[in-house]
Design a protein around this ligand. Structure first.
Ligand code: IFM
Length: 470
């Protein structure tokens, strides 16, 4: 690899913070199955809600899909070598439920499971620890047809699936994440329709919230009981800091609601064994009741060993929308986000590293005793590759530097953060944006599938090496 360290200048303050991270801090890169694997109909894989969604006209930019994606399914050994060349300790990947149980229930599809068996072996042989995420949004389509996450049965099906994977890999995998970003599954998938399965029902989304959490708890309890050696078990939530746009009561209330439905509706049941009272009141004011059955909260609050935090941006929230209304046509209070005037990424997400520090400090204050790992952080930019495929992505490198420094600053303020994963290893299928948005540390030429580490990958590698004192 080229050595471009000298070409990148972090601010002195960032450098000092990053270099203060301890040698045992864990460094990784992350991906998810549907975004990179391809091989959508090989070795017995069944269709997922994303296969269906992508084939629904108008849902994904350019009508693109994950049929081939980064072809990782066929290029896995070379991709593992690439991961190892970055000097990371750990690789976070997700298992595709429809490869393991094509219809979402019943016996394991041995050929699908074998892929992850080989991946884990390959990682371990390369000196990289595997970190498994069991669910990163690719619900088997048959389960959606039976009701999807709004149906209680899906939680039980998820726990059965989790146990198949756990039994197959627990001898070699120590760290397990049940769900990635349940907010996206529930709100984008069932309320806003911006992700699979594309439903638009607030009530369905709230049912999905509870059943996702129940699925997490059922799986966590069973995995814990079946563990033959110590495991590290957790869930990953995507969160930001929601700040009121002004000191007006309407804006403060909007920020409270945004934080409540974005973060506390997951954090409180998981870590305190109860849903937040103010959010239950808000829901009941709109005639919505979470489908909680006696005993569910004890299951959901099964203790976890690590809270995964995915951070991309923070928001100023207003209780007034662009039309000047405080209530929508149904009489529900509105919330809107107000630009802070910060530079944005290619996703139009404002770059707010201090919101990251604030989030981590607040989490450690409000939910003490749970170690955190940053399971995703990164940025899409409009990369320009030269003829060799190399991208001099100073913008992404700057984003990573400022955000890793923000994590280090949070640690100095007492937040128990033990590791950081850059999102993502590769440019990949960015859901409803198709392949238009590139988050990778490594450039992928989708015509040839050639991978070329970007400047940010080399900076990341050199930073890890330096922090470790190597
Ligand atoms: O690509 C996604 C990932 O699948 C989940 N977290 C956010 C990333 C960027 O949008």
């Amino acid at each position: 690899m080229l050595d471009t360290t000298a070409a990148v200048v972090e601010s002195a303050a960032e450098l000092e913070l990053i270099d203060g991270l301890p040698a045992e801090f864990r460094w990784g890169v992350a991906t998810s199955a549907y975004q990179i694997e391809g091989a959508h109909d090989e070795d017995g894989r069944g269709p997922s809600i994303w296969d269906t969604y992508c084939r629904t006209p108008g849902m994904v930019e350019g009508g693109e899909n994950g049929d081939v994606a980064c072809d990782h399914y066929h290029r896995m050994p070379a991709d593992v070598s690439l991961i190892a060349s970055l000097g990371v300790d750990v690789y976070r990947f997700s298992v595709a439920w429809p490869r393991v149980q094509p219809g979402g229930r019943g016996p394991a599809n041995a050929r699908g499971l074998a892929f992850y068996d080989r991946l884990v072996d390959e990682l371990l042989e390369s000196g990289v620890d595997p970190w498994v995420t069991l669910y990163h949004w690719d619900l088997p389509q048959e389960l959606e047809d039976a009701g999807g996450w709004p149906a209680r049965d899906t939680a039980y099906r998820f726990a059965d699936y989790a146990m198949i994977v756990f039994e197959a890999l627990q001898d070699r995998v120590r760290t397990w994440t049940t769900l990635n970003e349940p907010w996206c599954s529930a709100m984008l998938g069932y309320c806003e329709g911006r992700q699979a399965p594309g439903r638009q029902s607030f009530d369905d989304a709230m049912d999905a919230v509870h059943h996702l959490l129940l699925g997490h708890g059922l799986a966590a309890q069973r995995m814990r009981a079946a563990a033959r050696k110590p495991i590290e078990l957790g869930i990953t939530l995507n969160m930001g800091t929601s700040m009121p746009a002004t000191r007006s009561l309407a804006d403060q209330e909007a920020a409270r609601r945004a934080d409540g439905l974005g973060a506390r509706i997951y954090l409180d049941p998981l870590l305190r064994g109860q849903y937040p009272g103010d959010i239950l009141d808000d829901l009941s004011a709109r005639g919505v009741k979470l489908p909680v059955v006696d005993g569910d909260l004890a299951i959901i609050s099964e203790p976890i060993d690590v809270l995964g935090v995915n951070y991309y941006s923070s928001h100023l929230v207003s209780g007034v929308d662009s039309a000047g209304r405080t209530e929508d046509a149904d009489g529900n209070p509105v919330s809107s986000t107000v630009p802070m005037g910060r530079p944005v990424t290619a996703m139009d997400w404002e770059i707010v590293p201090e919101g990251f520090t604030d989030l981590l400090v607040r989490l450690s204050r409000d939910y003490p005793g749970v170690p955190m790992v940053i399971t995703e952080n990164g940025a899409a930019f409009d990369d320009v590759a030269d003829e060799s495929g190399y991208v001099a992505d100073a913008d992404r490198t700057g984003y990573l530097s400022s955000h890793i420094a923000a994590v280090a600053a949070a640690r100095q303020r007492g937040a128990d953060v033990r590791g950081y994963f850059a999102w993502s290893l590769l440019d990949n299928f960015e859901w409803s944006y198709g392949y238009a948005k590139r988050f990778g540390l490594v450039h992928v030429d989708y015509e040839t599938q050639v991978r070329t580490p970007k400047q940010s990958a080399l900076w990341y590698r050199d930073t890890i090496r330096r922090v470790r004192g190597g």
